[in-house]
Design a protein around this ligand. Sequence first.
Ligand code: ACO
Length: 331
Amino acid sequence: MAIIDKIKAKARADVKRIVLPEGEEPRTIRAAAKILEDGLANLTLLGNPEKIKAMAHEAGVCVCAADIIDPAASEKAGEYAAALYEIRKAKGMTEEQAAKLVADPMYYGVMMVKQGDADGLVSGAIHSTGDMLRPALQIIKAKKGMKTVSSCFLMECPNKAYGDDGIMIFADCAVIPAPTAEELANIAVAAADSARSLAGIEPRVAMLSFSTKGSAKHDNVTKVQEAVALAHELAPELALDGELQLDAAIVPEVGELKAKGSAVAGKANTLVFPDLQAGNIGYKLVQRLAGAEAYGPILQGIAKPCNDLSRGCSVDDIVATVAITACQAQG
Ligand code: ACO
């Protein structure tokens, strides 16, 4: 069974409420109809109810089972504005600014999640990554015990020799441009959690570099070595090793040669890239050249699930992201 079908089955088994702030966006409306029909999540669409219903009718789909809320006319707006003001007043936000912001569906949706009126959020079909992430980072923040919110991709590779039957987690490919050693260690621990909770695999985490076990000397290598030490402190029980070159991480013979005795080398299923340039380019190479399915970016280390879409996303991408978000909300 494809990994996304397993995730959908899990989402159906304990149905969560997901808010879609881009309720007036045509792909989102078509995706909402599929999600409701497949029983993947209960949905709240944000936007003008008449407009959304008319768009659904025109597209020949039904979103009757969704709650539709216009943030500007919502009876919860006052409560959300007061809560937002409390969260952000130390950062200089005024009550007037908070009231204005919750009329914006993106902020309203994040406040729904914060206040427990939705279990998760999916957005980004018409918002940039930064515009989607900022309110989530400012309001929902990192989960307890985590200093950093980052992201991962769930990769399903056609070559089943790699990872666990082709299933791998790549991190961070979308959020932190130049992580410190401490941030890299946090990314690694969060990626291990994602491997368990989303991919259903026991993580073997490789901290990637252009060096294996001191074969090269450079500040960038030292940073990864420091991150390995910090990650061991954060999660002593975790199978994690580095620094490793990519081939030493995933090819058994190279791992045996370059990192003899490692519990991870040659069989890693969770790859932590040294920075966002490597991570973002890396997942796209595997997606395009190897024909892998790439699900994400999936935010990890965040207190409640909020996930971004690509602006080029398809209806099926939105459906998959909602199913993934619903599974994250199950804990
Ligand atoms: N974890 C936790 N909190 C964070 C993080 C993080 N990784 N990053 C920022 N924050 C917090 C800050 O502490 C700050 O909180 P505060 O206001 O309470 O003090 C708040 O979020 C805003 O931080 P800024 O640094 O002002 O936010 P900024 O907008 O500059 O940066 C962002 C955050 C948007 C995530 C930025 O790092 C970014 O643009 N990252 C790259 C995104 C991107 O373009 N990815 C590639 C495309 S996606 C793809 O190809 C799949």
